[in-house]
Write a protein of this length. Structure first.
Length: 337
């Protein structure tokens, strides 16, 4: 199907959907199209973009750790090279190739930590590599589509703005909730300063560096008073006993961004653990889950222009540009020679 015809189908579907949305707001009628987390991202629109999936889905693999899919990956050479999101990998890695009955073991070749990108290798032949277009510039307002192994794209979105690395700052790597007597730890980010220090979900922080903690704002302020690399002393209530814990704040903890409140997480769903500090990204308004990252995005001309690397907000996902993906692969391979 020609690109112009594909664009026409997609835009007609979008206009129709938005019209129905407007009707829904004016009346109490039940919607006549399937519900979705993102109202314009309906099945009708995604079906109109099916030729894009037909063209690229054989280059997408599922990436599994401990028998759970943690991300998608993209084939980058016919002999088994695959790129995916690095921070989701833990333990033995397996890859699910479209059309093959069994998963195959994958070896971690290397990582590009600043861009949270990993290069894997599997024993396979005649794979279909994706063709990243490093010289293709995606303009603000362009429609980009996320391709997985599904027969139709799982989502599409509109490119908004690029995000730049932020100045490193100290973060502990926890999700918190104010309770009587202190600040309860509701979630511990993997590989964070909190995890390294041995903090646990359910711990109640009653003091930091001798200062009593009673409000969320006091807890966050106590952290940012430090530099990354510094030690922070926490007095913690655990199983009815008070203990002292020393946490050394990490530079890479900044990559997790501000910790969402429990209510915000419930409404939005999970965000990626590592979601800041990439060299160059495309930001779009596609609603993905963290385990759907590692998937390619394509433009309406069918060109692979990036790789989804993190869900960073309610309607915000960022993808590494094709230029950065190709440069990262080259860097990783040069480091192992």
């Amino acid at each position: 199907m020609k690109a112009s015809r594909l664009i026409a189908f997609a835009l007609v579907a979008v206009v129709l959907t938005l019209t129905l949305d407007a009707q829904d707001r004016r009346t109490s009628r039940r919607r006549s199209y399937p519900k979705s987390p993102h109202s314009h991202n309906t099945q009708e629109v995604r079906k109109a973009l099916k030729p894009l999936a037909d063209r690229h889905r054989t280059a997408v693999v599922g990436v599994f750790c401990a028998d759970k899919r943690v991300a998608f990956g993209v084939v980058v050479d016919a002999k088994g090279g695959i790129v995916t999101k690095a921070s989701e990998l833990e333990g033995a890695i397996e890859v699910e190739v479209l059309g093959r009955k069994k998963r195959v073991a994958a070896t971690l070749v290397g990582t590009d930590e600043p861009n949270d990108l990993a290069l894997l290798k599997i024993e396979a032949k005649n794979l279909t590599p994706a063709k990243f277009r490093a010289n293709n510039r995606v303009r603000m307002g362009s429609i980009v589509t996320t391709i997985t192994q599904d027969p139709v794209p799982i989502a599409f979105g509109v490119m908004s703005v690029g995000r730049h690395p932020r100045k490193p700052r100290p973060l502990l790597g926890v999700q918190i909730n104010k309770v009587s007597g202190g600040i309860r730890l509701m979630r511990i980010t993997r590989r964070s300063a909190a995890a390294d220090a041995g903090l646990r979900v359910g711990d109640v922080v009653v003091a930091i560096d001798g200062k009593r903690m009673e409000e969320d704002a006091e807890f966050r302020a106590a952290i940012v008073e430090h530099e990354y690399g510094e030690d922070m002393k926490l007095r913690v209530l655990r199983d009815g006993k008070k203990i002292e814990v020393i946490a050394r704040l990490k530079k890479d903890a900044d990559r997790h961004g501000p910790i969402s409140s429990q209510e915000r997480s419930r409404l939005w769903g999970p965000l990626s653990d590592v979601r800041l500090g990439f060299e160059e990204v495309i930001q779009h308004d596609t609603v993905l889950t963290p385990e759907q990252c590692g998937s390619p995005i394509v433009d309406l001309d069918g060109r692979v222009v990036g790789l989804n690397i993190a869900r960073i907000g309610r309607f915000e996902t960022v993808a590494l540009t094709a230029k950065i993906v190709l440069a990262s692969i080259k860097k990783i391979r040069s480091n192992i020679k």
